[in-house]
Design a protein around this ligand. Structure first.
Ligand SMILES: Cc1ncc(COP(=O)(O)O)c(C=O)c1O
Length: 376
């Protein structure tokens, strides 16, 4: 039996998405910048995909810029603001960001920016008092991961936004894990920039987009042609643009089903662990509105992450550890470190992330194999 429980790492491209993309490889293959009918047709499709995306997010289609990934969208947001607004020299982010934000911030430090990394509490929520104490008129942008990819914490963005407004500070959210998994009305949230990626929502790897609110002072980090209003040069990835728009419009229709099913499966999994008296901690918030549905991040006492994933992998179960490793070292992930777990629980962290295809049988098999592996 094979059980894929790593959907926060990436998802399967759905048949509906794949079918929608196929014609754009060899039938409708024109360049959207071409000044002839083959080009106009494709340009129309790109604009209509953008309109569909904008509609779901309640923004204007002119505020959407396609990118090659969530990583590029985060780079574009932070570097684009930094290069365009040199009068402010501080940035605030958190200790639990994805590396595409953290490493971009580290790079901006080398250009002279001062970056503050906010602490989080035991459930992964940003310390708002610390934010209030650090933010000033010199803060260019606050960049916050809306839904954490490791521990599932969904931040209280409206509270953060109110603080940003006091200092006319831009608010950027990394919403890569949130797309189609929580309801997102960007206008109501009133964020200035938001990053997204396709491969977490059943579209392919290698496509993403950045929302940039109208009037935001930002410059391009990719120079070339005039695509995307000259803010993101490069011939549009037409088929993938179609794919991400279909994945989004179709995923959002299933949001309630997704939330209810995955929260039920999560509660079932946790109840079974309790019944079996497994010694574990659930990292991040309780299953519910403040946690990404289907994401469970579990720590086991005095065990080893690499050994556990190795044993589970041998049994056909694919999930993530809370560690970053290369061939010689294993280090607890920066997100898990930020939670300050008791040391006996920080060395064995498993992230289970489900999809609509996950079944109760999958979870039963996972639990059986987990309990067996914990004994080895
Ligand atoms: C929260 C978050 N931000 C950004 C990214 C990067 O997205 P991409 O893989 O499209 O570069 C990821 C991917 O894991 C993510 O989980």
């Amino acid at each position: 039996m094979k059980v894929y429980l790593d959907n926060n790492a990436t998802t399967k491209v759905s048949k509906e998405v794949l079918d929608s993309m196929l014609p754009f490889f060899n039938e409708e293959f024109g360049n959207p910048s071409s000044m002839h009918d083959e080009g106009f047709k494709i340009k129309k499709m790109v604009n209509s995909a953008k309109k569909d995306i904008a509609e779901v997010l309640n923004v204007d289609s002119k505020e959407i810029y396609f990118t090659s990934s969530g990583t590029e969208a985060n780079n574009f947001a932070l570097k684009g603001l930094a290069y365009a607004n040199k009068v402010k020299s501080e940035i605030i982010t958190t200790k639990i960001e994805h590396h595409s934000v953290l490493h971009t911030c580290k790079f901006l430090e080398t250009l002279g920016y001062t970056v503050h990394y906010l602490d989080v509490d035991q459930e992964g929520f940003v310390d708002l008092e610390q934010l209030k104490s650090l933010i000033s008129d010199n803060t260019l942008v606050v960049s916050i991961i809306l839904a954490n990819n490791e521990i599932g914490t969904i931040q209280r963005i409206r509270d953060i936004k109110k603080i940003c407004d006091l200092y006319s500070t831009y608010l950027h959210i990394d919403a890569v894990q949130a797309l189609t998994h929580i309801s997102l009305d960007l206008k109501a949230m009133d964020v200035d920039l938001a990053s997204f990626s396709g491969h977490k929502i059943n579209a392919p790897k290698g496509i993403g987009f950045l929302y940039v609110k109208d009037q935001t002072k930002i410059v391009s980090v990719m120079h070339g042609g005039q695509q995307e209003n000259s803010l993101r040069s490069g011939t549009e990835n037409v088929a993938y643009i179609k794919g991400i728009s279909v994945a989004l419009t179709s995923g959002i229709k299933r949001l309630d089903e997704y939330t209810n099913k995955l929260n039920d499966l999560s509660n079932y999994l946790l109840n079974r662990l309790n019944e079996l008296e497994v010694d574990y901690i659930l990292n991040g918030p309780l299953v519910g509105p403040q946690r990404l549905a289907g994401n469970l991040n579990l720590s086991f006492k005095n065990k080893d992450s690499m050994l556990l994933t190795y044993l589970l992998n041998k049994k056909g179960i694919y999930c993530s550890t809370g560690s970053a490793c290369d061939t010689t070292t294993i280090e607890v992930s920066h997100v898990i470190k930020a939670l300050n777990l008791p040391t006996e629980y920080s060395s064995a962290v498993l992230r289970v992330s489900m999809s609509l295809e996950t079944t109760k049988t999958d979870i039963d098999y996972f639990i059986e194999m987990l309990v067996e592996s914990l004994k080895e």
